[in-house]
Design a protein around this ligand. Structure first.
Ligand code: UDP
Ligand code: MG
Length: 156
C-alpha cells in the first residue's frame, strides 16, 4: 500500500490541533501505519529540509520545528502521497483552499501546521528518516471493501 509521511508541526501541537488533524486522515479513509511524538534536532532537519538550505528562512524554519515535539504519522492508501498533499493544501496557508488542512487551520506561509511528503520517492525517504522498520505496521483492514471499488483494491 502506498504510504506518505506527515509531521504535525509544533505550531499545531501548541494550538491543540493534533486530534483534529489525525481525525481528518482517518475520516478520509487513509490508514494509520505509524504514529509517534518526537523531538526533532538540527541534524534531522538539515536532512529533511536540505532542499531549502539556501533560503533566507532556513534557520528560522528549523528553529520553528524544534519548539516542541512534533507528531509523526505514516498514513497509507491508494495514491496516498497525492491525496495527502491535496488534503494539506498550498504551502502559503493564506492561499490554501478552504477545506484543506492549511486552509482551515492557518494564516501563515511558515507556521502552516503540517508537513506532507511531496512525491513517492520523498515519502519513502521520509518514512525511513522518522520511523524504524519495526514502527511501521501492516495490518489487515476490515473495511477496505467499503472504502474502495474492486478495480481500485486490485491496484493496492
Ligand atoms: N517555508 C517558509 N517560507 C517560504 C516557503 C516555505 O517558511 O517562503 C516553510 C514552510 O513551513 C514550509 C516549509 O518551509 O512548509 C517547507 O517548504 P516547502 O517548499 O517544502 O513547502 P511544503 O512542502 O511544506 O508545502
Ligand atoms: Mg516540501
Amino acid at each position: 500500500m502506498e504510504k506518505s509521511l506527515v509531521l504535525i508541526k509544533p505550531n499545531a501541537v501548541q494550538r491543540g490541533f493534533i486530534g483534529e488533524i489525525i481525525a481528518r486522515f482517518e475520516r478520509k479513509g487513509l490508514h494509520v501505519a505509524g504514529i509517534k511524538m518526537m523531538q526533532l534536532d538540527d541534524d534531522v532537519l538539515d536532512e529533511h529540509y536540505a532542499h531549502l538550505s539556501h533560503k533566507p528562512f532556513f534557520r528560522v524554519l528549523k528553529d520553528s520545528m524544534m519548539v516542541t515535539p512534533v507528531v509523526a504519522l505514516c498514513v497509507g492508501g491508494l495514491d496516498a502521497v497525492e491525496t495527502v498533499r491535496l488534503m494539506v493544501g498550498a504551502t502559503n496557508a493564506r492561499k490554501a483552499a478552504p477545506g484543506t488542512i492549511r486552509g482551515d487551520f492557518s494564516m501563515s506561509g511558515e507556521q502552516n501546521v503540517i508537513h506532507a511528503s511531496d512525491s513517492i520517492e520523498s515519502a519513502q525517504a521520509e518514512i525511513e528518516r522518522f520511523f524504524g522498520a519495526n514502527e511501521i505496521f501492516e495490518y489487515e483492514s476490515a473495511v477496505t471493501a467499503f472504502e474502495y471499488g474492486c478495480d481500485e483494491k486490485a491496484k493496492m
